[in-house]
Design a protein around this ligand. Structure first.
Ligand code: ADP
Ligand code: MG
Length: 326
């Protein structure tokens, strides 16, 4: 069908980091507030455990079949995406790229189930499992049958750096969630929930002190739209990094060159050229304002009425610069 055709154009799973992103986004879509990520890079194994609303046995049996998403109902819905998953492809792809096992117990359910899937996402093994409500996905022997893909990847240390980067990006978009990450059974890092993203950033950029940051939240009257902007004034925050500008939209880190340009020029109008901003911008807009098809990876977007948003962002930046200078 048309829905199937559209979602297969999604991004590919080509690294540890993309596996982690897919699994963590599923946890967030399931309403998780605590996500535990365990990595065993030498074994090509990763496990993501969450306290989300879980799956009942029926859903669990379907989860890894081709194009099984619980999140899209018609082609139209694809353009009104509010959940992070919108392809129904990740778990199915993982059955072909790795060994996949999922344990899940729905919120309010009496029992959990453990399912091991075969290469086509069908059930290989199924048994009752004792777990707390939520879901535990284990991906093992990643790319075992794709030696070229394995060889094309950087070494384990660099891959783990990429994983850390992905988790940090996701955390910035979901500051109320706890991320606990281990490597080879040893605690690696934890991102603690914060009341706002401004309070979370110092955990990710240790050279930034909480007092260096200003946060502005702008609700756009008569709409559901919202702007959250956190800035660090360059003269106080400029340490080692040349710049640090991140943009998210509706819970997802994205690229939008027009908005990046706006951020840089707003800063440079008021501040010396050799100073660089620390800036995190999170827009909440109606999903039909976003065009995700700017590039195949769906990370770069076009935003409708871009001039309107550029103007809003400029005034939010000017406002927070005034607050900082007051
Ligand atoms: P998508 O996220 O695009 O829907 P996936 O292949 O990533 O597709 O997941 C398939 C389905 O499995 C999801 O739609 C969801 O119903 C279910 N699922 C996957 N991970 C979880 C999870 N951690 N908690 C609850 N349900 C999940
Ligand atoms: Mg998904």
């Amino acid at each position: 069908t048309e829905v199937v055709y559209l979602i297969t154009a999604g991004e590919v799973i080509d690294s540890f980091a993309s596996v982690v992103r897919e699994l963590v986004e599923n946890s967030l879509d399931a309403g998780a507030t605590r996500i535990v990520i365990s990595l065993w890079p030498q074994n090509w194994r990763v496990r993501v455990a969450d306290n989300g609303w879980g799956m009942n046995l029926d859903d669990l049996q379907q989860a890894a079949t081709a194009h099984s998403t619980s999140k899209i109902y018609s082609p139209d819905d694809l353009w009104k995406i509010t959940s992070l998953g919108f392809r129904g492809e990740a778990l199915h792809s993982l059955t072909t790229l790795a060994d996949l096992e999922i344990l899940s117990r729905p919120m309010g359910g009496y029992e959990g189930w453990q399912i091991v899937y075969n290469d086509s996402g069908e059930i290989l093994e199924k048994k009752v499992a004792a777990i707390a409500p939520g879901t535990v996905v284990t991906v093992d022997n990643l790319f075992a049958n794709y030696s070229a893909r394995r060889q094309g990847l950087p070494n384990a240390t660099q891959q783990m750096k990429a994983v850390q980067g992905i988790i940090q990006q996701i955390a910035l978009c979901h500051p109320h969630v706890t991320f606990q990450v281990s490597q080879n059974d040893k605690q690696w890092f934890t991102i603690c929930p914060a009341a706002s993203v401004g309070k979370l950033i110092p955990q990710i950029l240790p050279q930034i002190k909480p007092g260096d940051l200003k946060e502005v939240d702008l609700e756009i009257p008569k709409t559901e739209s919202k702007i959250t902007l956190v800035i660090g004034l360059p003269d106080r925050c400029h340490r080692h990094r040349p710049d640090w500008v991140k943009i998210a939209i509706n819970g997802r880190m994205i690229k939008c060159p027009e908005l990046e340009q706006t951020i840089f020029s707003a800063f440079h109008k008021t501040l010396p050229r050799d100073r660089y901003p620390v800036c995190f911008l999170h827009l909440t807009v109606s999903p039909d304002q976003i065009n995700w098809n700017r590039n195949p990876s769906k990370t770069e977007i076009y935003l409708n009425e871009i001039e309107y948003w550029q103007e809003k962002v400029t005034s939010a930046i000017n406002q927070s610069i005034r607050i900082s200078e007051a």
